[in-house]
Design a protein around this ligand. Structure first.
Ligand SMILES: Nc1ncnc2c1ncn2[C@@H]1O[C@H](COP(=O)(O)OP(=O)(O)O)[C@@H](O)[C@H]1O
Ligand SMILES: O=C(O)C1=C[C@@H](OP(=O)(O)O)[C@@H](O)[C@H](O)C1
Ligand SMILES: [Mg+2]
Length: 170
């Protein structure tokens, strides 16, 4: 594992990007950033406020802008689940290190998250969770350098698996 390299976590809401990212950063002596927090700081409001005041496409636009202009060497970068809608944003993040897709089944995500409809997910009104899941799988796979399955594994097991995959890449 090169010390000057960042790691970019992608995946569905509930996949564990934010929770796992901090643990990974500690294991690897890297800094940690959650791009959702970057968006909120820049806008001075919560993601939910942005969605309520405008719409999900505006949130995706702002997210794309933040990701495209981010300078994040030596970080574990937890993205929001909708980061993959920004081609330019993902291309920028890819400069800093490998993209790790935390791959959870729809059933597992449903078990973890009970408020999908009110969680501020950047999705079209009326779109079902299953439709969103299918639409996004293709995008996560497109950007993934490493895919780690998360079903039935606790946080530490997933962290260990990510670390192992990163070592094998080096
Ligand atoms: N491997 C896991 N096993 C069990 N619970 C998990 C796992 N990964 C994440 N969680 C839980 O799922 C919830 C969502 O995690 P979070 O890190 O916020 O996901 P994301 O940032 O990908 O939306 C949290 O309550 C977290 O503790
Ligand atoms: O997938 C999404 O549309 C979103 C996921 C959220 O982040 P997490 O994936 O960390 O929950 C956050 O960026 C925003 O509420 C939109
Ligand atoms: Mg998160």
């Amino acid at each position: 594992m090169k010390q000057n390299k960042s790691i970019v976590l992608i995946g569905m809401p509930g996949a564990g990007k934010s929770t796992l990212g901090v643990l990974l950063a500690k294991e690897l002596a890297l800094d940690f950033v959650d791009t959702d927090v970057m968006i909120q700081l820049r806008e001075g409001k919560t993601l939910q406020d942005i969605m309520d005041e405008t719409d999900y496409l505006n949130l995706r636009r702002i997210e794309g802008d933040v990701l495209s202009n981010a300078e994040l060497p030596n970080h574990v970068i937890a993205t929001g689940g909708s980061a993959v809608y920004s081609e330019e944003g993902m291309a920028n993040l890819q400069r800093f290190g490998p993209v790790v897709f935390l791959d959870c089944s729809a059933d597992e995500l449903r078990r973890r998250i009970h408020n999908y409809e009110s969680r501020g997910i950047a999705m079209a009104p009326g779109q079902s969770f299953e439709e969103l899941f299918a639409e996004r799988q293709a995008l996560y796979r497109k950007y993934a350098d490493i895919t780690v399955s998360c079903d039935g594994s606790d946080l530490q097991q997933v962290v260990d698996r990510v670390l192992q995959e990163l070592q094998e890449q080096d």
